[in-house]
Design a protein around this ligand. Sequence first.
Ligand code: PMP
Length: 305
Amino acid sequence: MLIKNEPKFVWQNGRIIKWNESKISLLTHALHYGTAVFEGIRAYPSKDNLNIFRLKEHLKRLLFSAKVYFLSNEYTIKEMSKSIINLIQKNNFHKKTYIRPLIYVGDGGIGLNFTGFPIETAIIAIPFTHYFLKSKLRVKVSTWRKISHDSNPAMAKASGNYLNSVLGKLEAIRDGYDEAIMLDQRGFVSEGTGENIFLVKNKIIYTPAVSSSILLGITRDTVITLANDLGYKIIEREIDRAELYDCDEAFFTGTAAEIAPITELDNRLIGDGKIGIVSGNLRDAYIQTIEGKNDKYNEWLTKVY
Ligand code: PMP
């Protein structure tokens, strides 16, 4: 199978193998029922190395997601970190890289009860630059609601959750927008299809709380930390849809999306339709940090070489 950035090697169940030797059964439970959990991690070049950003936090969340769905992963955080580093080295990647660890229920039959089925683990690393190809996003509020916390917990990064995101994303793209914002079951702002959301009003930063069916994003946490350092007041609370139209600035955050300004929402300009000052400051601080130029957060970087 060909993808644009096909890597030479992947990691599957404890071994690095050639990309075209990796196989899964057509009866893989995860393929039928979405029974998998995963992570999206990035590595960035610095002056003299390639650094994986917040690897430990991503792997902790992966194991948390696995715990929610009783996926008994046999690898520790330390072992998975080592495997990720080995895989990037083996592929000889030195530029921006995206890393996708995946724990999935393998082939054990067609029943939903996967007790006793193999739980498999894979790691894929590919060169990756931008998720959004535009610097200013036109966004719409989706007609689809975000999955409810009491049916599919959004806190767990489970593959099955992304059917909801796919509905939101495809609707937005087909309607001529770049991305969708999902409202939670009560109508409060939740998040993007693969990003958390932040608003800025009168220099105060707002972001939905965990009670709005969000993934507790690692970029979200990074931005909250950097915003505090820059002296901004930041509030986590429920956000009304109309607050989106009333804000001065809005932006998405995510490992893939990084910090992505939203300048138009539901055919209304956000602020003056330009990238806002607070968003710009936070984006600069974020870039400094991922590129290893913010000494305060060097512990967030794991060296590959
Ligand atoms: N929400 C959803 C639904 C996501 O898929 C992602 C991407 N992982 C995020 C938020 C942002 O999370 P993070 O900053 O940890 O990448």
